[in-house]
Design a protein around this ligand. Structure first.
Ligand code: ZN
Ligand code: ZN
Length: 562
């Protein structure tokens, strides 16, 4: 700061404090010494000695946006009021930093008035600003109206679609860019590809993912840490963990996030031992695990039922790396103990936690009690959940299933009634399959699919076929009942069965059937998939809310533990 004062003092002493050229240098020097103080000092000088040139304003606004956004707004208003001209850097700068009182809908009229509406930098910035502030429609409208688009225009809108939760739209725009638009340059950029990869991941569309990966190779982008890590995640979420491992091995550099993606991927695909080996290799490579890496390792233990390893990992957090366990780490431990049926130990663990357990932790415990049919402990956990979070539906479903299982139908009706009274509605089950880049959606009990009748008829015959192989439809078991949706009845098969029947019927040459399901798979569907994979000789890969199930030759990668 002293250097800034000295510099300004010199200007004053030499009579240069009014000279635009000297002032410009002064503002540049201020920006080279970034702090809140230098930023506001520079603004004060500029407010006092306005220069009819946008460059110093842009410099100081850029500097202020990080340290004092309100003052940046003031400076822009001053600039506008005193008639200092604006250039094509000014608006993108202001839009990018989302300054107070200068949101896109405030600035848009001014942009039109000052004649910047057809400037491509300004247009791209405006699309980004609308898209990031939730006005996606306006962003799309602006994009459609553009007479000329550059790579940044496409990239901006793709990123906006992905960030606003429209992955399918993001991908179709990306494809449109490849195929349709003659204006598009051959090159691409990493930011856009990260967004495209993220869109593929949330859709779980493997074919698209492979195509995007090939595109990145062709574009010569190189396997940087962010791109490689995103690809590892993408392949894992598309159900192809082997491809994730391959990308990991090809990467020239990796950081903790890269390793964590690999460990998480292996964990949710039921390869717990390999996940723990990767966790060890990471530490041996000299990297220091952070909270997220520990979560990944604990999830691996939990999915694999590895109680002893779980304790070892948990204890090592503090003792080896001084990482203090957070709620999520305690949650993983509760899940691990609970799944293993060590309910009393899990209860004691929660009660002894040094931080206050939240409703998620109690709910995890409640789920475990229900799965292991311990209604006394379940009631206890339920009380705690209710205190913390009275309006959640999952617990009602769990408890209602538990009552159903032990024949306490009165209790079951009671819980269901209180569910209705509290207006808690279950999320319907939805399964998605991607075939040749076409998306097919199946909803339990919904006959809107054009081939619904054929699929249903075929499904009935599939059930009959696998019954001969020993499948017994089971809609009442409580031991494994982690059902999140209504039980199946004569007209409503769960959506994943419909999806698999559809692929078997219309795409019989496919060796692998990939389904993405929004809820956890139930016991009966799990058993159905095992039998179908054996009898029809198919690999069925289902991504459910929690993890992946790879069904092959009559068994599942989760070892029936999910
Ligand atoms: Zn089911
Ligand atoms: Zn499974």
């Amino acid at each position: 700061m002293n250097r800034v004062y000295n510099l300004h003092a010199t200007l004053i002493k030499t009579g240069q404090h009014n000279n635009p050229l000297s002032l410009r240098t002064f503002f540049l020097r201020c920006a080279e010494l970034p702090s809140a103080d230098t930023a506001s000092y520079a603004a004060a000088v500029l407010l006092r000695f306005p220069i009819p040139d946008p460059t110093p304003y842009n410099t100081v606004i850029r500097h202020l946006a990080l340290h004092s956004p309100t003052l940046a707004t003031t400076l822009f208003s001053h600039m506008h009021r005193t008639g200092v001209p604006v250039d094509h850097f000014t608006f993108p700068l202001i839009l990018r930093h989302s300054l107070p009182r200068l949101k896109p809908h405030h600035l848009h009229p001014l942009i039109l008035k000052l004649g910047f509406a057809s400037n491509i930098f300004v247009q791209n910035a405006l699309i980004n600003a609308y898209g990031s502030s939730g006005s996606l429609n306006l962003a799309v409208h602006l994009f459609d109206e553009m007479p000329q688009r550059d790579l940044a225009s496409w990239s901006t809108l793709i990123v906006c679609f992905t960030n606003n939760g429209y992955p399918a739209e993001a991908l179709s725009l990306f494809q449109q860019m490849q195929l349709g638009d003659p204006q598009v340059p051959e090159s691409t950029d990493g930011v856009m590809m990260l967004s495209v990869i993220s869109a593929v991941s949330s859709l779980g569309a493997l074919e698209l993912g492979i195509w995007v990966h090939a595109y990145i190779r062709r574009a010569g982008l190189g396997l940087t840490v962010p791109l490689g890590t995103a690809l590892i995640n993408m392949y894992s979420r598309c159900g192809s963990i082997d491809r994730s491992v391959k990308v990991f091995e090809e990467m020239p550099h990796r950081n903790v996030v890269t390793w964590t993606s690999l460990i998480t991927g292996l964990a949710v695909h039921g390869r717990s031992r390999e996940a723990l080996r990767a966790f060890r290799d990471m530490r041996e490579a000299g990297l220091r695990p952070d909270g997220a890496a520990y979560t990944a390792a604990l999830v691996a233990c939990s999915h694999g039922g590895l109680v002893e390893d779980g304790w070892r990992v948990f204890e090592s957090m503090r003792s080896e790396y001084g990482v203090y366990p957070m709620l999520e780490h305690y949650g993983c431990m509760v899940d691990l103990l609970g799944r293993a049926g060590m309910l009393l130990e899990a209860f004691k663990f929660v009660e002894d936690m040094p931080i206050k357990p939240n409703s998620v932790i109690w709910r995890t415990l409640l789920g475990a009690c229900v799965n292991h049919n311990d209604l006394v402990l379940a009631e206890k956990a339920k009380e705690r959940v209710n205190e913390l979070d009275p309006h959640h539906d999952g617990d009602y479903v769990l408890l209602s299933n538990a009552y159903g299982g032990v024949g306490n139908w009165g209790g079951k009706a009671g819980v269901r009634n209180s569910m209705r009274e509290n207006r808690i509605v279950k999320e319907p089950g939805l399964s998605v399959v991607h075939i040749d880049q076409v998306v097919h959606e199946f909803v339990s009990g919904d006959n809107s699919h054009p081939q619904w009748e054929e699929i249903m008829k075929f499904l009935v015959s599939v059930v009959d076929t696998i019954k001969l192989g020993g499948y017994a439809p089971n809609t009442s078991s409580v031991l494994h009942d982690i059902q999140e949706e209504e039980k199946e009845h004569s007209l409503g098969y769960h959506s994943e069965k419909l999806a698999v029947a559809f692929v078997l019927l219309y795409h019989r040459d496919r060796k692998a059937i990939r389904v993405i399901k929004n809820l956890r798979i139930c016991y009966d569907c799990h058993s159905f998939m095992k039998h179908v994979s054996g009898i029809f000789d198919k690999d069925i890969i289902i991504r459910d809310r929690n993890r992946f199930h790879h069904f092959s030759k009559g068994s599942c990668s989760c070892g029936d533990f999910w």
